[in-house]
Design a protein around this ligand. Structure first.
Ligand SMILES: C[S@@+](CC[C@H](N)C(=O)[O-])C[C@H]1O[C@@H](n2cnc3c(N)ncnc32)[C@H](O)[C@@H]1O
Length: 262
């Protein structure tokens, strides 16, 4: 089986940078609200797993200040090169096999759109929980595919299901995992466990539409190889995504959190 960064997604291309930037535009406000509600503050030691473009790591570094620290990890740190160095360490790190970063244990561990793409997600989550200090908080975010079931736009729904299926078959992504939230955290004996769902609108050529346009374009050859959708369907879906009058829901973001017992 391939991995996320085996040219399935990821990589240094400008299109990947634009995709990560659009993802951040869509998702950062919700992530920041959830992290603020968990009490993240000056002085905290934070781990941002699979940091992508580093937008959340940058926000955390500003917040925790000189008395705190942020470690931003990724298997591919290519999009993290311009992050400010103050209070922030960028680390090339594979969450499925590398040891705890030196700065462990952490007050906060956050991973957005990472664990669902890893077949070893349960083992990775086991490891993350052990890297929390007593009283530390973990927040995980994952795509969830259920809004596709009620889409009123067949070509869009079929193209998005093809994205889902191609990622499942090529790298082992599971977009149904998050439907169990917050069970993966409650089952690991965390306390103050909770969950939320963010359903970003995709349409009016907004950042979500751009993100899915870039994702679909990137995965198009693999989707065709596996015959998961026809060229006509993919063209129709891309035309809808470019249409300022289009509106639908793609994947939801499911969010779960919990605290290690003090
Ligand atoms: C969908 S992107 C999300 C980026 C960022 N967390 C965000 O939400 O904007 C997934 C990120 O996880 C990283 N990643 C994939 N497998 C990983 C692994 N085994 N360990 C650490 N990071 C990984 C990818 O390189 C990519 O940057």
């Amino acid at each position: 089986m391939l991995r996320y960064s085996d040219d399935v997604l990821g990589g240094p291309q400008a299109a990947e940078q634009a995709r990560l930037a659009a993802m951040a535009t869509v998702c950062d406000p919700t992530t920041i609200r959830i992290l603020e509600e968990r009490g993240v503050a000056a002085g905290w030691r934070c781990l941002e797993v699979g940091a992508g473009s580093g937008s959340i790591a940058r926000w955390l570094a500003d917040l925790v200040g000189a008395d705190g620290h942020v470690v931003a990890t990724d298997v591919d740190t290519g999009h993290l090169s311009d992050l400010p160095a103050a209070h922030l360490t960028v680390l090339r790190h594979d969450i499925t096999r590398d040891p705890a970063p030196d700065a462990a244990p952490f007050d906060l561990i956050h991973a957005r759109f990472v664990l669902e793409h890893l077949p070893e997600r349960e083992e990775a989550l086991d490891r993350l929980v052990t890297w929390l200090r007593p009283g530390g908080v973990i927040v995980i975010e994952s795509i969830a595919g259920f809004p596709l079931d009620s889409s009123p736009h067949p070509p869009f729904a079929q193209a998005m299901r093809a994205v889902d299926e191609v990622l499942a078959r090529s790298i082992g992504t599971d977009s149904t995992w998050a439907r169990q939230f917050p069970a993966p955290l409650a089952g690991r004996h965390l306390v103050e466990v909770g969950t939320a769902v963010h359903l970003p609108p995709t349409g009016a050529a907004n950042a979500s539409a751009l993100c899915w346009t870039l994702t679909l374009t990137r995965l198009r050859a693999r989707i065709r190889e596996l015959d998961l959708a026809s060229d006509d369907v993919l063209d129709d879906a891309l035309a809808l995504l470019a249409d300022p009058a289009f509106f639908d829901l793609a994947f939801a973001t499911a969010i779960a959190w919990g605290r290690r017992r003090p």
